[in-house]
Design a protein around this ligand. Sequence first.
Ligand code: MG
Length: 281
Amino acid sequence: MANRKLEDLVEHMRAERNTLDNLAREPDQVARADLMAAARLLERSLFHAERAISSPGIMEPIQAEEGEMLDIEIEEDLLEANRKLAEVNRSIFADHGVLAIDVMGAIGSGKTSLIAAMVEGLKGRARVGMFGGDTATSIDADRVREKGALTVQINTGKECHLDANLVRRALEKIDLDDIDILFIENVGNLICPSEFDLGCSKRVVVVSVTEGESMVVKHPMMFLDADVMAINKVDMAEAFGTDVGKLESDLASISPDAVAIRTSVRSGEGLENLLDALSLL
Ligand code: MG
């Protein structure tokens, strides 16, 4: 009986979240940031309510997923299917004590270099894995493997983002008991990846000063759910005339709980701060 009530409640919450999402996506919506923030808050409540209905063990969800994988191809609501798979991934990470981090950012922002530098910085402190998402090639995963991480390449073909299903498939290729931290490098893009929860516990968006100082206001969706923004290649800010303070204040207004860290792989600036902000130390 109690479960029936909870299921009704979850159904209701899902509908409310979708309404908020749809309102936020209306053209010329002036309250977009607030509506998205409200939807994300509801999303978090929904996550816990859904978990309350069934607390899946490690073996069961993997089998349930097999069915859901097929559903994904026929399901109208891809995002809904993705959300379910992301929850499964999240519980798998939790069961193995793995801290998974979704690393997003535009092409050339320095995601791979930052991950490689963090793997180097974590040497002797934690065992690290990395999934490299790209449309083609294994260049990025190979670079990070050279630094001592266990890596799996995910090629998305024409897709501009990773999804929870691809991550789940990559999870079959490694033993999560061999790692403590997993970096998932998303496909270089500042639009699609924000829509697809992968089941990670942290999200970091890498922005390079070479992209200019308006990246946050131009891509608010990307930063709403971010825990950390790495302002990368900061040693070149002056040469590019980029106002780093503007990126920081824009982030503070869009996502007050997120942390901005200035980084440079070349000079090593901010790398320890970044590890600390991601709770990796
Ligand atoms: Mg890369």
